[in-house]
Design a protein around this ligand. Sequence first.
Ligand SMILES: CC(C)(COP(=O)(O)OP(=O)(O)OC[C@H]1O[C@@H](n2cnc3c(N)ncnc32)[C@H](O)[C@@H]1OP(=O)(O)O)[C@@H](O)C(=O)NCCC(=O)NCCSC(=O)CCS(=O)O
Ligand code: FAD
Length: 413
Amino acid sequence: MSGTDGLTRDQLALRARARELAQEAAAQAAETDRSGQYPWPMVKKMAEAGFTGLTIPREWGGPGGSVLDAVLVVEEFSKACAVCGRIAVEANMGAVGAVMAYGTEAQKKLAAGLVLAGDKPAICITEPEAGSAATEMATTAERRGDRWVINGRKTWITGGGVSRLHLIFARVMEDGAFKGIGGFLVVRDGEGRPEGLVVSRRIPSLGLCGMPEAELEFRELEVADDMVLRAPGGWQRGFGRLIDAYNGQRVGAATVALGLAAGAYEHAVGRANDRRQFGRPIAEFQGLGWMLADMSIEVEAARALVHRAARSAGPAGFPDRLAAAQAKVFASEMAIRVTNTALQVWGAAGYSRDNPMERYLRDARMFAIAGGTAQVLRNQVAEQILGRKLPQTRDGFLRVIAEEGAAGKLAAD
Ligand SMILES: CC(C)(COP(=O)(O)OP(=O)(O)OC[C@H]1O[C@@H](n2cnc3c(N)ncnc32)[C@H](O)[C@@H]1OP(=O)(O)O)[C@@H](O)C(=O)NCCC(=O)NCCSC(=O)CCS(=O)O
Ligand SMILES: Cc1cc2nc3c(=O)[nH]c(=O)nc-3n(C[C@H](O)[C@H](O)[C@H](O)COP(=O)(O)OP(=O)(O)OC[C@H]3O[C@@H](n4cnc5c(N)ncnc54)[C@H](O)[C@@H]3O)c2cc1C
């Protein structure tokens, strides 16, 4: 861990508090991984310590922490137990961020109460046939009088079966016409409720095993009109505004990757000093010293990008999309490299399930996939730095050319 990094006294104290509780999380991380059980007892302690709902403004009962505050907490938990780190992400950013920015008073009260009590909301975007191409989702929300009826399937929903608050993205249909993509809030009270929200399968996964990843089905799921999350700009701009809120979760995911890498790196430094071969600490071999040096450089670079992205958050609490994508691409790929090298420093002991190194490696693998793959986020970085739309569909460029032609821009090119 580097020094104060421009953090305030309060932030240093917050980080120290998180580090202390994270020691308890570290002690149960192997069991969480082995059992695949969601770490409810730890979640209770995190909520009691104020680490869930940290970003909820004071008027809604939270401490009004910043995105950077949340990032500091997420890194500490992720070093110890990445499942707990991810819980800290979603209990502070993403769906809850969208509600606190766009929600009605009643929606904000609901979401704030849930996360402050320890809920980790679920964000439901991805579908079997719409992953990177999220706007091609097929799930529909059809208006029927003063209610909405949702039908469709989502996949890889983090927290499916444990989360209470769900933010469901769906195609809005009114009078048989497609209006845009909207967000719908549903609270799961427990097994079988509401009836139309079905957790159909838990997906077995490589890492982060204590966190359920699930397929959800919406079968005539009824949502009252006052549970529609109406972002500014109307339905047509709905997806854009909702995904803007999601930039917070991208920074959160980058932070979990950072924490995993930092945790693995610290274990590698300790092992290099402790382990002796050829009559000397293996730390004395230059081959290892350079590996550790590179790891430290990569971890510090990722931390700088993550903090920069967190500090870019505007009044709504959403980080800048370019800074968020840059941080996530770098941190997610860095974490795969660093956790892999850290395992190498440990030798065979690192390969054993008796030690945490193989868990760090498995846990780190997801962040270049989930929350926007590294390739898709590079597309987003390219769009931003070039200042032009780079549509990915075959007909997309034709549309851009037509729009630019209509705006008289083509002549300039
Ligand atoms: C955005 C994509 C789905 C590409 O789809 P399109 O080509 O159809 O969309 P665009 O025209 O590029 O964008 C539509 C609309 O959204 C605005 N937008 C897009 N990205 C951002 C952003 N990062 N910040 C702010 N606004 C954004 C864009 O300006 C357009 O706005 P207007 O309608 O013009 O106003 C695709 O690029 C993409 O992002 N795919 C990844 C999907 C993804 O991230 N899924 C995450 C699922 S949740 C998850 O994985 C959780 C994991 S974890 O535990 O954290
Ligand atoms: C552990 C985990 C947790 C997740 N949690 C959630 C969640 O809570 N909520 C949710 O909604 N979703 C969640 N997801 C889904 C995640 O957002 C998607 O997996 C991700 O957006 C990629 O979609 P896909 O897996 O369908 O890959 P695809 O889109 O099928 O991509 C396959 C490959 O093609 C590449 N590719 C696709 N399009 C392009 C392009 N235009 N340019 C270059 N390369 C491209 C990709 O980079 C990738 O390598 C989670 C996924 C995982 C693994």
